[in-house]
Ligand binder design. Structure first.
Ligand SMILES: Nc1ncnc2c1ncn2[C@@H]1O[C@H](COP(=O)(O)OP(=O)(O)OP(=O)(O)O)[C@@H](O)[C@H]1O
Ligand SMILES: [Mg+2]
Length: 373
């Protein structure tokens, strides 16, 4: 390693603790939800990932929940774009529009200048898409950009110590994808991803209601049913409560409301849950036997909105015979992970600034220092 030249005579400890002149901003760009954290302000945006544009001018009319309200309705003069459908960055311009609008709404556009951006990327992101995201961040004013793997961030966010050598299994069930990963020694040892997650369950609920009652319901209604009465086993359903649902009778073509019981909805989860169980099984089969023993001890952690399906943790634990925990605030797991890496990222950047080295080198210096202590 060539000798490093410091720009001045600060000690490494001083460099670590330098007050950064860059604002730390991090994001979870999810298929269903986008979350934005800004240092000093907290989570400034936690809404659906969707943008409404004017048909005529192409201007942004609304983003997030306000745009989601329009989904499934035909609103004259408006078209909707979901920038991250199916866990890939489908529309880079709308990602940028959504971020800019979110900052504008809280009068914080100026914070984008000279910022550090940490982006939790969708699992299936290609290097080209990652470059595209980096470009978006730079165009918005970022000085430094880090693209981190979402599943690693969710592991951190649910409180897994990813740096210990002993492996832990994390299952992030989002809107578009379920990502399964074994993390150990700060890295992902094995990971798998399937396109069976929240949106799939919602579509299954729509299909079930159609088959059972000749009744058409929209995506938003099906989402509401899922969030209110999702469950994987009947024994967990304590209530006989009827849920009113609104849609259209297929025969008459007229609007109608009917009532459903949680027990009638449960089968909509069967196929998806068994596919998720299967991908967990395939992931476990790929790790070395020593690590499998760790997994049995450390257990399985569930993250992402799909972790909120009632009884899923108990069911998974029963299937594999190892403990399974629902992470705290699963909808916040990724963003909490990006907040957890804040001080480390800032140290790396301080080193970069002070020595004029690239990220890789700065990380190596930091790792070496950590080894010594
Ligand atoms: N209580 C609940 N029960 C079941 N599902 C829920 C519940 N609350 C939210 N969800 C579902 O969780 C999903 C959103 O989770 P999350 O925000 O983790 O996804 P995402 O990060 O946007 O997607 P991805 O990670 O696939 O890109 C949605 O499909 C939503 O309907
Ligand atoms: Mg996610």
């Amino acid at each position: 390693m060539t000798k490093l030249k410091k720009k001045n005579s600060k000690s490494m400890r001083e460099i670590y603790n330098l007050q950064s002149k860059f604002t730390y901003i991090s994001m979870d760009l999810g298929t269903a939800n986008t979350l934005i954290y800004v240092e000093g302000q907290g989570i400034i945006f936690n809404e659906r990932s969707i943008v409404a544009y004017s048909n005529t001018s192409g201007d942004v009319l609304a983003v997030g929940d306000a745009a989601f309200e329009m989904k499934g309705k035909t609103v004259r003069g408006v078209y909707l774009v979901e920038p991250l459908l199916n866990g890939v960055v489908g529309n880079i311009k709308s990602v940028s529009d959504m971020i800019r609008y979110a900052f504008m709404s809280v009068d914080s556009l100026h914070l984008l200048n000279d910022s550090i951006f940490v982006l939790a990327s969708p699992s299936r992101i290609t290097p080209l898409e990652a470059k595209g995201l980096e470009g978006v961040a730079k165009n918005l004013g970022a000085k430094y950009v880090y693209v981190e793997e979402e599943v690693k961030m969710s592991a951190l966010g649910v409180g897994v110590d990813i740096h210990r050598p002993s492996g832990t299994l994390v299952v992030d069930i989002g809107g578009g994808t379920t990502d399964v990963a074994v993390v150990a020694s700060g890295d992902i040892v094995v990971s798998k991803s399937i396109r069976i997650a929240g949106n799939y369950f919602t579509a299954e609920i729509q299909r079930l209601i159609k088959d059972l009652y000749n009744f058409d319901i929209g995506f938003r209604m099906a989402e509401e049913i899922k969030v209110k009465i999702s469950s994987v086993t009947n024994s967990l359903i304590e209530t006989d409560e009827l849920l009113p649902i609104y849609g259209r009778d297929i025969h008459s073509g007229l609007p109608k409301s009917i009532y459903v019981k949680p027990q009638q909805i449960r089968i909509a989860f069967d196929e998806g849950v068994s596919r998720i169980i299967n991908v967990i099984k395939l992931t476990i089969e790929e790790v070395a036997p020593e690590l499998t023993v760790d997994l049995g001890k450390n257990g399985i952690f569930l993250a992402g909105g799909g972790a909120l399906i009632k009884g899923l943790d108990k069911y998974i634990s029963k299937v594999f015979g190892i403990p399974c925990y629902q992470g705290q605030d699963p909808l916040l797991s990724v963003i909490n992970g990006t907040i957890a890496v804040k001080s480390r990222v800032k140290k790396v950047i301080n080193i970069q600034e002070e020595y004029g080295v690239d990220t890789k080198r700065a990380e190596a210096i930091l790792a070496k220092k950590a080894e010594k202590h």
